[in-house]
Design a protein around this ligand. Structure first.
Ligand code: SAH
Ligand code: SF4
Length: 477
């Protein structure tokens, strides 16, 4: 049966032919060395996964990769539009590239990702950054070979960012650099239209990969030594809508859990309105699924939740949390929260504080509201000053830190199984690994342990880091 949302194989083949032509062009242009590409991705893990597919295609076209744009022959920023701060950073960095381009006029400068789906951004790039050669949107990643060929051979700048109901390009080459951890997109786009959010506009309608494609990629990852697969989607709980197979997210998790191998599964993000009891039971029952649920609440106040178009109430969210904790013993919960949604009062913000206290999250991602062009919330009056929002924000982060410090203190003396991910950031001889609940522990050990599961007893619950030592004790979880 034809796949509903997939780019046709003929089109993928056409792109492969372009990739070969670009490869030949580059070989002629750089006869003594490989051309160098610099790719920098902003924003969420979905964007990181796109970046891996872009790099896979560039590799196929003959590029090798460098860490700075300074010596690159091709420099690409894969942008994020979710908050203003991320956009400002992109414009700042593109401004800096002008110097490199002056030194190396042959350098191709490209921009892609969510910002490029916005007409006002493309206009600004066109007018103010004339040295940018190539702009492409989120729906045409698979056409990079053709677009790059046009850029390298044509006289003009190439811009391709069509609006589209969205397609899925399977079988693109992927260049992963995540070591023992991998991102695996299971769906794209979003249909929810939360009133503050630009994602449905720049990523288009929700569409899911067919289970066989997800399973095939997962098998390949496990065979190549991957130990932790994080399934990605803006709302994984509605996975499968409109697919040929009819398998829902809980079903997909069960199928992935049944694959042979020594690996763990994580997933994000779960929209509370679509989080079913079946899913909670599946998390509890599947031994390879981490007992961690990222369940963004955004606000603890009913009026604000309605204005955000989140389609659940505080009471419904708290009932769901109670069900989740009862169904999945030891569950670690994390969340996203927006402070200072237009019209939010201090009393309403205090409802968020009390909800955070009531749930007891392991960690939070907190954001000050950022108006996004074209969204419903951007049209609402927003009387509270940024300074005041910043004070509320500090109050929220202080509360969460107090809660997390209490939880960290309780971990002291207990043993957890961690996946050793690499050396600790601070350097030195410490290794870093994450517990099943996604909490980072640092402990002394041989780098040969990277990629293995180890039992670690927490010895010191410091201010930010949890220190531990390897042990033969049985783990709590
Ligand atoms: N699909 C996910 C979230 C994707 S965006 C979900 O529904 O949970 C990641 C987070 O960015 C959101 O959860 C929200 O907390 C934050 N965010 C999105 N738009 C924002 C905006 N305009 N201002 C501030 N934060 C925003
Ligand atoms: Fe944005 Fe809401 Fe969709 Fe998440 S569910 S991506 S917050 S519109």
């Amino acid at each position: 049966m034809a796949k509903l949302h997939n780019v046709p194989p003929e089109e993928l083949e056409r792109q492969r032919q372009y990739a070969l032509r670009v490869r030949e062009l580059l070989a002629a242009k750089y006869p003594t060395r490989a051309p160098r590409a610099f790719v920098h991705t902003y924003g969420c893990q979905g964007n990181v996964a796109d970046g891996e597919r872009i790099e896979g295609q560039l590799e196929e076209m003959g590029y090798e990769f460098c860490d700075s744009p300074e010596n690159a022959d091709f420099a690409l920023y894969n942008t994020c539009a979710v908050r203003e701060h991320a956009e400002d950073r992109v414009f700042g960095n593109v401004g800096k590239l002008k110097n490199y381009k002056q030194k190396n006029p042959d350098m191709v400068l490209a921009l892609c990702g969510c910002m490029m789906q916005q007409a006002h951004v493309r206009d600004r790039i066109y007018k103010s950054y004339p040295y940018v050669n190539l702009v492409f949107g989120t729906h045409v990643l698979h056409r990079l070979p053709e677009l790059l060929y046009e850029t390298l051979t044509g006289p003009r700048r190439v811009v391709c960012a069509p609006d589209s109901p969205g397609e899925i390009a399977e079988h693109l080459p992927v260049r992963r650099t995540g070591g023992v951890k991998a991102w695996l997109p299971i769906m794209y786009g979003c249909d929810n239209f939360c009133s503050y959010c630009v994602v449905p506009y720049v990523r288009s309608r929700e569409r899911s990969r067919e289970p066989e494609d997800v399973l095939c990629e997962a098998r390949g990852l496990i065979a190549s030594g991957c130990r932790e697969i994080t399934l990605l989607g803006q709302n994984v709980n509605s996975y499968g809508k409109g697919n040929v197979s009819g398998l829902n997210f809980a079903g997909l998790l069960r199928e992935l859990n049944a694959l042979p191998g020594d690996f763990k599964l994580r997933f994000m993000t779960s929209h509370p309105k679509d989080c079913t009891h079946e899913l909670l039971e599946t998390i509890a029952a599947c031994d390879k699924v981490s007992k961690h649920l990222h369940l963004p609440v955004q606000s603890g106040n009913d009026r604000v939740l309605a204005a955000m178009n989140r389609r659940y109430t505080r009471a419904q969210y708290l009932d769901l949390v109670a069900d989740a904790k009862a169904t999945v013993p030891g569950l670690s919960l994390t969340s996203d929260i927006i402070v200072g949604f237009p019209g939010e009062t201090y009393a309403e913000f205090c409802d968020t504080l009390s909800l955070v206290e009531a749930v007891g999250y392991t960690s939070l991602f907190t954001f000050i509201y950022s108006p996004r062009v074209g969204t419903a919330a951007a049209k609402l009056p927003d009387p509270v000053s940024h300074k005041e929002k910043t004070e509320w924000f500090a109050q929220l982060t202080a509360l969460q830190e107090k809660i997390a410090a209490g939880a960290r203190a309780q971990m002291r003396g207990r043993t957890y199984t961690v996946l050793v991910e690499g050396r600790a950031k601070a350097g030195g001889a410490l290794l870093a690994g994450r517990t099943d609940g996604n909490i980072m522990l640092e402990f002394p050990g041989d780098p040969a342990l990277i990629g293995t599961y180890q039992n670690v007893r927490v010895t010191d619950a410091g201010h930010w880091t949890l220190l531990g030592e390897r042990t033969t004790d049985a783990p709590e979880r």
